[in-house]
Design a protein around this ligand. Structure first.
Ligand SMILES: Cc1cc2nc3c(=O)[nH]c(=O)nc-3n(C[C@H](O)[C@H](O)[C@H](O)COP(=O)(O)OP(=O)(O)OC[C@H]3O[C@@H](n4cnc5c(N)ncnc54)[C@H](O)[C@@H]3O)c2cc1C
Length: 449
């Protein structure tokens, strides 16, 4: 490989743009190939999630390219969940014990546009729009793109970083390689987006400070606020259920019975329901993420390496964290790509597997468990513990959303905390009153280790 490798990034989504900027800031020349036309001119694709919840990990990554404050300035904080019952009643549950922490509803298109702007302004980055990767030859290092006007372009690269999403075309170059393990697990549930517009007086139709959930057992609807004072609602239903509502009357009747408080706020319900696509929810796992051919090294990044279901609001946060890790590994390896990428995949794999499992579990929590009295009591007790033992007891939600603790450490941390809590309970001490006993139990356990 030459001293300055030719670097190709496939996909100018959230991860691709951030990675391009971070690498170019290291003095490297990077070309980013994106299959779409420039999304800043063409707008978002219909039915592709309009907004995203961005939290600590995403913000930490954005801060590194000077986009944290700008992104927060265009975001709506959501301090908790608003649960909507079938009877139409609302109950608010804050995300953090002290009620001050929030996840942030951000327009995906705006965030992508900001990241594109920053990448474009960074010397060393070249953006190529309308380039759809068709083939990657790992032996020659040749990439074959089909352009929007039907031509073929065949550039070469030494390093290919594939950030082309869950259905990655670059990943196909290694799918049938020996020793490549790959799985894609689809949920029976699919998703469809609907809209609650601003009210006639221009105000939000629901409380904008919450992520709204209509938990219905096997299915649910959620809604996140947008800056134009509308809400984007997403139905997560068993796929077969979407097809069961055939007539306009059936759609209206179903929503009136199951989402009685939301249905009157959706003037375009029937049109949205009929025309917005049903998306799939997939978990992709594969290994290894780094592949070497005779002339090129390929590394998978973001959803291309580890697509997860969206129920913890972490897919994008996690993809952005990958880019930060690659940058960090390059630092540690003194710019040696081979060492850096080997470290990157090892460090990230266990973390991404961990968040994939937590995201699946959170689907059950959101659609079902939030309705249970036991779950509500447990959350209240956890918050009480957090207030009494700041820093010692932290809920899983907070560790995932409000810290950058490696995901893989979180399940273990929860187990230890829960054991300590159980110890306190075994001593006959009420959870709320027993803060100091729990603290002592945890301290003793730490000393034994
Ligand atoms: C319904 C839903 C809700 C979600 N909500 C959240 C949330 O609240 N919070 C959160 O953190 N995450 C959320 N996610 C997950 C998040 O969208 C993804 O994890 C994130 O977008 C991954 O970023 P990425 O850059 O790896 O891939 P992508 O964002 O998918 O970007 C891939 C890019 O590659 C381009 N591309 C694809 N194929 C080719 C090709 N052949 N050649 C060239 N370019 C190509 C695409 O056009 C795209 O620009 C949600 C996902 C869904 C489906």
């Amino acid at each position: 490989m030459t001293e300055q490798p030719r670097i190709a990034i496939v996909g100018a989504g959230l991860a691709g743009c951030l990675l391009a900027t971070l690498l170019a800031r290291r003095g490297l020349e990077v070309t980013v190939y994106e299959r779409r036309d420039d999304p800043r001119r063409t707008g978002p694709e219909r039915g592709r999630s309009i907004n995203l919840a961005v939290s600590a990990r995403g913000l930490d990554a954005l801060e590194r390219v000077g986009l944290r404050e700008e992104s927060l300035g265009r975001a709506l904080p959501m301090h908790g969940r608003m649960i909507h019952s079938v009877a139409g009643a609302e109950s608010f549950r804050s995300y953090s014990a002290d009620g001050t922490r929030a996840i942030n509803s951000i327009s995906r298109a705006e965030l992508n546009a900001s990241l594109l702007d920053v990448a474009e302004k960074t010397p060393g980055v070249t953006l190529q729009f309308g380039y759809r990767l068709r083939e990657l030859n790992l032996d020659t290092g040749q990439l074959s793109f089909e352009t929007l006007d039907g031509h073929r372009r065949r550039p070469h690269a030494d390093i290919v970083l594939a950030s082309d999403g869950s259905y990655s075309a670059a990943r196909r170059a290694v799918t049938f390689r020996q020793d490549f393990t790959f799985s894609q697990d689809y949920l029976d549930a699919g998703y469809k987006e609907l809209t609650i517009p601003a009210k006639a007086d221009g105000e939000f139709a629901l409380d904008p400070d919450a992520l709204h959930i209509w938990p219905r057992g096997e299915s649910m609807m959620i809604a996140l606020p947008n800056l134009d004072r509308s809400f984007t609602c997403t139905l997560f239903w068993p796929k077969a259920d979407f097809a069961e509502l055939e007539t306009d009357a059936q759609i209206r009747d179903y929503f009136a019975r199951n989402y009685p408080d939301a249905a009157p706020l959706m003037p375009d319900l029937v049109d949205d329901f009929r025309h917005n696509p049903v998306g799939s929810l997939v978990t992709v796992k594969c290994w290894p993420w780094v592949h070497r051919g005779e002339r090129v090294t390929l590394a998978l990044v973001g959803d291309a390496a580890h697509a997860i279901v969206p129920f913890f609001g972490q897919g994008a946060n996690c993809a952005l964290e990958d880019c930060v890790e690659i940058d960090r590994c390059l630092d540690e390896a003194g710019g040696d790509w081979q060492r850096a990428l080997d470290t990157y995949e090892v460090r990230r794999k266990a973390n991404c597997d961990a968040i994939a499992e937590m995201a699946l579990d959170n689907f059950v929590e959101m659609r079902e468990r939030v309705n249970s009295k036991v779950f509500q009591a447990k959350t209240a007790a956890q918050h009480a513990l957090e207030r009494r033992l700041p820093g010692h007891y932290v809920s899983r939600y907070e560790l995932v959303s409000f810290t950058t603790m490696p995901y893989a450490q979180i399940p273990d941390r929860m187990r230890k905390q829960n054991r300590a809590t159980a110890t306190a309970a075994g001593l006959g001490v009420g959870v709320v009153a027993g803060g100091s006993v729990v603290a002592r139990a945890m301290w003793r356990r730490r000393r034994r280790r």
